[in-house]
Write a protein that binds this ligand. Structure first.
Ligand SMILES: Cc1cc2nc3c(=O)[nH]c(=O)nc-3n(C[C@H](O)[C@H](O)[C@H](O)COP(=O)(O)OP(=O)(O)OC[C@H]3O[C@@H](n4cnc5c(N)ncnc54)[C@H](O)[C@@H]3O)c2cc1C
Length: 117
């Protein structure tokens, strides 16, 4: 990616603000090593954040993959009976919103079936 024309890589920077009123004019980058913030002119912005699964609130005994995603069986039940996982927090989910929705339906059905059994 670094070799692509028009693309520059800015390591150890956090986006502090998207600049512009009517359209994107740039981003303000905070230096994570304590340097001054700098404004980088640009005409578009794609926020590629939110990839880390928020599974930290669950018991550590529930099985996870190396990235912290919860392992589930075919019924979307985790290794702790009665705890189901759906969507982005689940290892093996498809990656799209529609997959997360389908997971939610399947997990709810499994949970209901468990209650009725
Ligand atoms: C940058 C990016 C771009 C994407 N673009 C697309 C796209 O174009 N099309 C597409 O189909 N999909 C896209 N996706 C994927 C899509 O966003 C996910 O598939 C979907 O959001 C997963 O839904 P979810 O409900 O599993 O998780 P999330 O949407 O992450 O929802 C989880 C919710 O749980 C809440 N939560 C977390 N911990 C707790 C807690 N302890 N108690 C209560 N609530 C809690 C969070 O605050 C959050 O609201 C994109 C994802 C990313 C990161």
């Amino acid at each position: 990616m670094a070799a692509q024309a028009g693309i520059s890589t800015h390591w150890r920077k956090q986006v502090e603000a998207v600049l512009g009123e009517q359209e994107v004019e740039g981003v303000r980058l905070r230096d994570l090593d304590g340097g001054a913030s700098t404004d980088l002119p640009c005409s578009g912005f794609f926020a590629y954040v939110g990839l880390a699964p928020a599974s930290g609130f669950l018991p550590a005994t529930i099985a996870r993959d190396a990235e912290g995603r919860l392992l589930t069986d075919a019924a979307l039940q985790t290794s702790m009976p009665g705890v189901y996982a759906a969507g982005a927090v689940r290892a093996g989910y498809g990656g799209l919103l529609t997959h997360a929705m389908a997971d939610g339906v399947a997990a709810a059905r499994s949970a209901c079936a468990r209650i009725r059994a």
